[in-house]
Ligand binder design. Sequence first.
Ligand code: THU
Length: 130
Amino acid sequence: MPLLQAATAVRENAYAPYSRFKVGAAIRSASGAIFAGCNVENVAYPEGTCAEAGAIAAMVAAGETVIAEVLVIADSPSPVPPCGGCRQKIAEFAPQDARVTLCTTDGVSRTMTVADLLPGVFSAAHMDRA
Ligand code: THU
């Protein structure tokens, strides 16, 4: 599966000297292209970025803005869930029914939708009276 391969490969490049928790993310965009990202930490901890944010940045930098599917992988005891901020970042570019697959490096996975991941998402429609 190309998304799993891409996320697994990019995870090797994660820069995570502080948490030692390497994460890989891969996105299939609406065009069918695949974009990958890994977490990039910083000694000033809040400046670190998540794998999902890296994959989204790569997609947008390539001129695409629609996520069709996402896969995230880490060496965790259960399939790694995106943090709250990344859920909102994914929701910015993905339809509510887009598939999100969470994986462990030892082969356990869980698939859900963007709506499952972030129920009650804040969207542009909430600013209609502004
Ligand atoms: N992290 C991600 O990159 N994505 C996730 O879905 C969860 C957490 C990163 C952030 C930080 O570099 C490390 O994992 C520990 O929180």
